[in-house]
Design a protein around this ligand. Sequence first.
Ligand code: NAD
Length: 485
Amino acid sequence: MAYNTQPTASHFVNGTYLEDTDGELIEVVYPATGAVIARVHAATPAVVAAAISSAKAAQKEWATKSGTERGRVLRRAADIMRERNHALSQLETYDTGKPMSETLYVDATSGADALEYFGGLAGALTGEHVNLGGDWGYTVREALGVCVGIGAWNYPTQIACWKGAPALACGNAMIFKPSETTPLCALKVAEILVEAGLPAGLYNVIQGAGAVGAALVTDPDVDKVSLTGSVPTGRKVYAAAADSMKHVTMELGGKSPLIIFDDADLENAVGGAILANFYSSGQVCSNGTRVFVQKGIKEAFLKRLAERLATAKIGDPMDETVNFGPMTSQHQREIVMSYIAKGKEEGARLVFGGAKIEGDGFFIQPTVFADVKDDMVIAREEIFGPVMAVLDFEDEEDVIARANDTEFGLSAGVFTSDLTRGHRVIGLMEAGSCFLNSYNDAPVEMPFGGSKMSGVGRENAKVAIEHYSQVKSVYVRMGDVESPF
Ligand code: NAD
């Protein structure tokens, strides 16, 4: 089976597709060819209102169901997603341009993992009994109410599930607004959840750009906002949510360090650096784009890196042997090219790539700069494309200080064969998601998220439950009340 790229309608509200052509037209472009593959409309105020009112109405009853009952729906949805993995992966490739060699393994499958994991956890959510020496207390874990999820364009299926699954497991409703660049995949997640038995209104998808996101964030009936996006957007959304004291999760950008000591296994370190910079053509928030290489292995590292990059298969993302696709949009390609120009201008040494690949798609060569200095723009700002900056270092203390000298704190990685040093250095990294002799693994069982400007809260793992529920505490007096009057 294959899905049509043109969805039945733009939005999915109250258990069914919904159209309102008064909303601004959004053309969906296949990044590998530049062709328009679908047209949807941004949500009008009427669509936003319908999404919120149906979510609010459905949530009350959903929260009264047992966790096991809620979890069963999520686990059924996980099974359906896995059965349709091929079609969902194709749609993800159309939406983002990421090659099928990636989407078949990390998008719908990762979404299904989240649905399965939180589906399993739902029945295990409990409060606590507290002995107060005669009197006692207990806590109840309650849903927050209506949650809003706002997505970035790099992992549309995964983000829709990573936010939806814990929200629904805890008894909330979710309104998801995908990125305007990649509006297609979340609609399928909504369709599958309903097919799995999710009552209408509990998972709505509405389209639009920042204005639609802002309308959701400022609505008084919304209780929580989870954003995946850039730091500037995060700042705006966090501030807007604060006005009505909404709960927030912020999954934002990064400029993460990857430290390679000269005792590291060279092949693994090169492989780690490739995963940390060129997977999804570099459009991964947790990427380790500042690659600090200890002087002793610098030239060997650069040589082997160039040899391996030369074997990358760039081309039609639908060809399952291709492993490097285009940028997700023309706009993003221009941003990345301007950073490449900046790197050259600042005097970094271009050792691989650095050019656009001519044609209709938005391709850029995998690009490596060496001899990068800490204060260069390409070492300080998030590029969100296939551009690796290699920096030299001599000793551990120096590299720790330099690795942490950034406003971001999403991820960090260390390659070394000295495990004591590996744990010591990771322990000092100011980052939420770290990797030792590996990079960019994101299993649902592990918390994911950033510190400093990279975010607030965590997704995945048991800790995500804290961010989609609240605790009510109840004091129970067993004797008479003693009052002063
Ligand atoms: P973006 O910040 O431009 O947009 C993110 C989302 O926010 C989009 O859906 C957009 O429509 C919406 N939005 C924009 N303005 C808004 C407003 N005022 N109110 C409400 N919503 C608004 O980000 P992007 O370009 O789509 O994605 C790339 C960024 O996302 C990078 O910085 C990347 O690092 C980050 N990212 C982070 C993670 C993570 O988990 N930490 C994952 C993927 C991407």
